[in-house]
Ligand binder design. Structure first.
Ligand code: HEM
Ligand code: NAG
Ligand code: NAG
Ligand code: NAG
Ligand code: NAG
Ligand code: NAG
Length: 323
């Protein structure tokens, strides 16, 4: 629609803008990626530099930062609630089942936050820093980028029971996975694309032991190679790559592995186990560009999960504690 000063088009343009503003207020939308260009222009380069240096030092950190963002957004939205430390009178999310001894990258976020506060005090939320860091982490490992809408504010509470109930488990079957993501507004297709995150990073033996010793849809050679580091008892914390072929590259090898029954987690292999998602796994295994595009789109959607905006929440000075 052209907004010319001609009266008829001006009126319809005005109505269009009013509708747009109205829908914006009811659903508390984020602002554009350029939000901080005037108030904190350096935030973009600070996040980029700290993430790149952390990933250069240890490539797994790219995976850890992506997962940190996912585990924040799936519990009460992308509000940095996962970053709050437990204290004697505050129960955070860090010790929930899916997070304890597992989620990492908190120190990288602290380093970014310290530098951002030095550059422009009190302007950028921890939730926005996490959203930018997850995107830059994926790019650092060769994955797609996407525009990160901004303007999230930080929670003043955490949800321990929500973290225990809403994050998917590696023992989930396909219908559990579909339901878990549907509960957060994602389609089955988006769930499969997002699961492609497991093209990077590592998992502890205790998360895939059942797959080695009880699943029958696992490649025998693959299973045998894993048994020394993941015996039927003991070695719970021993790590194995989620993508056995290219563990530190964000590519589509995860989907190719599923085709030959080399998914590490039971939940991974469920995506290619004779069910409704097999065809999408096949598409992504043969078309990396398609996976990149769908993944980026689903990550934008992830970043829009129930943000706190306007005067809700706060901009924490330290991501680990309330102001
Ligand atoms: C589909 C349901 C999912 C399940 C059941 C699941 C489960 C898991 C488990 C059990 C681990 C290993 C944790 C450990 O042993 O400490 C893991 C790691 C990981 N997950 Fe997921 N996940 C799912 C979806 C996702 C999504 C949607 C993302 C991101 C958008 C993601 C990103 C990651 C990454 C990057 C790692 C490796 C982290 C690291 O090495 O530090 N996962 N996931
Ligand atoms: C580099 O990575 C190692 C783990 O590989 C970690 O112990 C160390 O703290 C990291 N150093 C920096 C500066 O991030
Ligand atoms: C926890 O206790 C400390 C010290 O007594 C107090 O300053 C703080 O406000 C309390 N925090 C919460 C979340 O109640
Ligand atoms: C915590 O998460 C659960 C599960 O999503 C939700 O039902 C509950 O309302 C949340 N509690 C708070 C206080 O936000
Ligand atoms: C998936 O697992 C749930 C329990 O988590 C169970 O109720 C359901 O029957 C299972 N579905 C299939 C198709 O196996
Ligand atoms: C299992 O993996 C091995 C080694 O990569 C491969 O040679 C074999 O064909 C695979 N077996 C099946 C049944 O896919």
């Amino acid at each position: 629609m052209a907004c010319s000063p001609n009266t008829a088009t001006f009126m319809s343009c005005f109505l269009f803008i009013m509708l747009f503003l109205h829908s914006g207020t009811v659903s508390s939308q984020l602002s554009s990626p350029s939000l901080y260009l005037t108030t904190c222009p350096n935030v973009y380069s600070i996040v980029h530099a700290v993430v790149n240096s952390a990933v250069k030092n240890e490539s797994r950190m790219g995976a850890s930062l992506l997962r940190l963002f996912f585990h924040d957004c799936f519990v009460n939205g992308c509000d940095a609630s996962i970053l709050l430390d437990d204290t004697t009178n505050f129960t955070g999310e860090k010790n929930a089942g899916a997070n304890a001894n597992s989620v990492r990258g908190y120190e990288v976020i602290d380093t970014i936050k310290t530098q951002v506060e030095e550059a422009c005090e009190g302007k950028v939320s921890c939730a926005d820093i996490l959203a930018l860091a997850a995107r830059d982490a994926v790019v650092a490992l060769g994955g797609p980028g996407w525009p990160v809408n901004l303007g999230r504010r930080d929670s003043t509470a955490a949800n321990f029971s929500g973290a225990n109930s809403d994050l998917p488990s590696p023992s989930f079957n396909l219908s559990d996975l579909i339901t878990s993501f549907k509960n957060k507004g994602f389609t089955t297709k988006e769930m499969v694309a997002l699961s492609g995150s497991h093209t990077i990073g590592q998992a502890r033996c205790l998360t895939f032991r059942g797959r080695l010793y009880t699943d029958n849809d696992i490649n025998g050679t693959f299973a045998a190679a894993l048994t020394s580091s993941c015996p039927s008892s003991g070695g719970d914390n021993n790590l194995s790559p989620l993508d056995t072929t290219t563990p530190t590259a964000f590519d589509n090898a995860y989907f190719k592995n599923l085709q030959v029954q080399k998914g590490l987690l039971h939940s991974d292999q469920q995506l290619f186990s004779g069910g409704s998602t097999d065809s999408q796994v096949t598409s992504y295994a043969s078309n990396y560009a398609l996976f990149r595009a769908d993944f980026a789109g689903a990550m934008i959607k992830m970043g829009n999960l129930s943000p706190l905006t306007g005067s809700s929440g706060q901009i924490r000075a330290n991501c680990r504690v309330l102001n």
